[in-house]
Design a protein around this ligand. Structure first.
Ligand code: AHM
Ligand code: MG
Length: 336
């Protein structure tokens, strides 16, 4: 083993040194989050043996059936975070209302998370993940809800864990994006992808990929329909884009970050705001992609500019190559 490897904890402590006034509360919060993520990774690995597949017999606030792993992951996140004494309030995909923290345990951060994203992929062993965004409680906020409903422009730190062929944590702050792979033999996340950057379209190693649920094509708006058509039937000498869609946002966005491409979950005739939820899915993933040199949009402007009004608010989302996102925004100007 590399005795000089950088663990996520040592990396975060190193980062903290850049800010001499920092209290260390965010470092403690991240540590609690890591414990929850490691416990989720272990549960995902042994889910078949521990009889964790299948439904829990309940549905969450947005009407999805809850899987046993959804419920377990949610409890792990909530309990680990509450007992870190760093969190003021939380919002989870699995809880209808915001989660308040008892006064003696309150800290100065708020966190929104999807404890297990891509639930429909659990039982067939396809990649799933956890997504989180962390904000500071505004000094003048009067209610916990006001603390939770902050835009992506105030994010302090965001990221996701991918439970795939390996478990990887991707962490974005204003200083950049870094990837850590879980070494299960020592239970530590090791820095394996420092300063992650999305490839530029056309650069060596970049791929031409569009990622969307094509099954809903008859319900798309004109902008999405025209854009996807142009990816399949490009003009001139351009090659077409390949189509890849896992159906787990974490997996689809992680591939977009590494190989390049465009991920889309647009509005449809049936779902006017699309499906993906702002606070714990779109904002954290858009923050990661933008910090890595890509772009995000709801069709009009960056996802990070949207001021959320409800905890479970949804928004159409497009993210990936900057020039492709610009093309999509131009199509929305053409077909408002
Ligand atoms: P979930 O949080 O209930 O798992 O739902 C969110 C997931 C995303 O990961 C993914 O991008 C999307 O739902 C897939 O939806 P669809 O099956 O409609 O394409
Ligand atoms: Mg989700």
């Amino acid at each position: 083993m590399d005795t000089e490897c950088v663990t996520v904890t040592s990396f975060v402590l190193e980062q903290k040194k850049k800010y001499p006034g920092a209290s260390g509360e965010l470092t403690i919060l991240l540590n609690a989050l890591l414990t929850a993520i490691k416990a989720c990774a272990a549960a995902v690995r042994k889910a078949g043996i521990a009889k964790l597949y299948g439904l829990a017999g309940s549905s969450n606030t947005t009407g999805d059936d809850q899987k046993k792993l959804d419920v377990l992951a949610n409890e792990l996140f909530i309990n680990m975070l509450k007992s870190s004494y760093t969190v003021y309030a939380m919002a989870s995909e699995e809880n209808e209302n915001l989660i308040e923290v008892e006064v003696p345990k309150q800290g100065k951060y708020v966190i929104c998370f999807d404890p297990l994203d891509g639930s429909s992929n659990i039982d067939c062993l396809v990649t799933i993940g956890s997504i989180f965004g962390i904000w500071k409680k505004p000094e003048n906020a009067k209610t916990p809800l006001e603390c939770i409903l902050q835009s992506g422009e105030n994010v302090r730190c965001a990221g996701y864990a991918v439970y795939g062929s390996a478990c990887m944590l991707v962490l974005a702050t204003k200083d950049g994006v870094n990837g850590f792979t879980l070494d299960p033999s020592i239970g530590e996340f090791i820095l394996t992808a420092p300063n992650m950057q999305m490839p530029q379209l056309g650069a060596k190693g970049s791929q031409r990929i569009y990622s969307i649920n094509e099954g809903y094509a008859r319900n798309w708006d004109k902008a999405t329909t025209e854009y996807v058509h142009a990816k399949k039937f490009p003009e001139g000498k351009d090659k077409p884009f390949a189509n890849r869609y896992v159906g787990s946002m974490v997996a689809d966005v992680h591939r977009t970050l590494l190989y390049g491409g465009v991920f889309m979950y647009p509005a449809t005739k049936e779902a006017k705001d699309g499906k993906i939820r702002l606070l714990y899915e779109s904002i954290p993933m858009s923050y990661v992609v933008e910090k890595a040199g890509g772009a995000s949009s709801n069709g009009q402007h960056s996802i990070l500019k949207i001021q959320p009004e409800k905890i479970h608010q949804r928004s159409p989302i497009f993210l990936g190559y900057k020039e492709e996102i610009e093309k999509i925004e131009k199509l929305y100007e053409k077909y408002p």
